[in-house]
Design a protein around this ligand. Structure first.
Ligand code: NAD
Length: 368
């Protein structure tokens, strides 16, 4: 059988540095676990603009659509700040998400015990935390029409429209229920059905999908403002949270910060399954290109490495190998390995990006 294919788009700033460590880990799985991938590399963001005058070349887009999964580093940087909006590095990322129709954005908030002190919450509230926010990514108020700033009488009015079709809600609800079955089997759906019609429809459709096809999964509904409160009051009550684009944007950032550093946070964006059952998929760290530390070997590669672990689990059905990689990360943190972003107030000597890669590879070797 042919190897599964990966398209790597390392991007700008620290993107290539952190992705360099992921490539070493991909090679390790090929050598030691008989899990080889056919890997192709291409440009995105500022790097693509520099070469092609566009943040995503059509050929790269075609490769992304054909690949079994795309791994992305980060895009952007001050060099590109003055560019026209249409060719800014972020447009490359937006085009990928749009043309791959990645409607389900998975943002785990997982707290490694060794880093529980980094959270802004008390340690016992977050130690062992493992929740997943599923955010609808391609519709809702960021896309709804009409939108714009219009003249109305003697003043202007700014308009955005929250709009969801039943099928858009249905497909993201299914993706949340499927995920829950692989985890703690609980879904909490969040909207504002008390004040928004789109929220009423959201609640109805999620309940219908549940009753018809996922009655084995425990489902609850919560108003999103209460959800925000509960996330900081008692986050461990949740397993999978499913919500719309706007609330998901806010709630996932809030949940992410429960766990400490930006350098630790992976994400996945999934689309509809192909004929072989694999969803269209893009995996990327939550952080940006960190121009302030780019090129200095200081970046924490763990967010990007954990994004590859998500690819193993959600694109390649290798949950055991994903867990092996996550455990290796947990082990090196428990052993005290820290990049600069993970240094506490007590200080110490941070290790470099590649030394963190070395440590994780050694922990993977030890797992055999
Ligand atoms: P950022 O995430 O790049 O950096 C924020 C802070 O976190 C910086 O101090 C940075 O040094 C630190 N940081 C981020 N990732 C780190 C890592 N892996 N290890 C150690 N420290 C890390 O956000 P920003 O500074 O607001 O944006 C910088 C550029 O990145 C901008 O051009 C922005 O548009 C872009 N950006 C891209 C993405 C993406 O590619 N998905 C996301 C956010 C921002």
């Amino acid at each position: 059988m042919a190897n599964p294919t990966l398209l790597i788009l390392a991007g700008d700033g620290i993107g290539p540095e952190v992705m360099g460590q992921v490539v070493r880990i991909i090679d390790w799985f090929g050598d030691k676990r008989d899990l080889a991938f056919d890997v192709d590399h291409d440009l995105v963001g500022g790097a693509a603009y520099d070469k092609h005058g566009t943040p995503l070349h059509d050929d790269t887009m075609a490769k992304a659509l054909a690949a079994d999964a795309v791994l992305l580093g980060a895009v952007g940087g001050p060099k590109y700040d003055a560019l026209d909006f249409s060719v800014k590095p972020e447009r490359g990322l937006l085009r990928l998400r749009k043309e791959m129709d990645l409607f389900s954005n998975l943002r785990p908030a997982q707290c490694f015990d060794a880093l529980a002190d980094f959270s802004s919450l008390k340690k016992d509230l977050v130690a062992g935390l493992d929740i997943m926010i599923v955010r609808e990514l391609t519709s809702g108020v960021y896309f709804g029409e009409p939108r714009g700033i219009f003249e109305e009488g003697n003043e202007r009015v700014g308009i955005n429209t929250q709009r969801y079709t039943e099928s858009e809600i249905d497909r993201v609800a299914r993706s949340a229920f499927e995920l829950a079955r692989r985890r703690g089997n609980k879904v909490c759906s969040m909207e504002k059905a008390n004040v928004m019609e789109s929220g009423i429809l959201w609640r109805e459709v999620v309940q219908k999908v549940h009753d018809e096809d996922y009655p084995d999964v425990e489902l609850s509904h919560m108003y999103a403002d209460n959800g925000a409160m509960q996330l900081v009051r008692a986050p461990k009550q949740f397993d999978v949270i499913v919500t719309d684009n706007l609330f998901g944007d806010i709630l996932s950032d809030c949940a992410a910060m429960l766990t400490g550093s930006l350098g630790m946070l992976p994400s996945a964006s999934l689309g509809a399954p192909n004929a072989d059952g694999r969803p269209k998929a893009l995996y990327e760290p939550v952080h940006g290109s960190a121009p302030d530390i780019a090129g200095q070997g200081k970046a924490n590669p763990i967010a990007c490495i954990l994004s590859f672990a998500m690819a193993l689990r959600y694109s390649f059905d290798q949950g055991d190998e994903a867990a092996r990689l996550e455990k290796a990360v947990e082990q090196v943190l428990a052993d005290g390995a820290r990049t600069a972003d993970l240094m506490g107030p007590e200080g110490g000597s941070p290790i470099s990006t590649s030394e963190m890669g070395d440590a994780i590879l050694a922990a993977l070797d030890a797992s055999l």
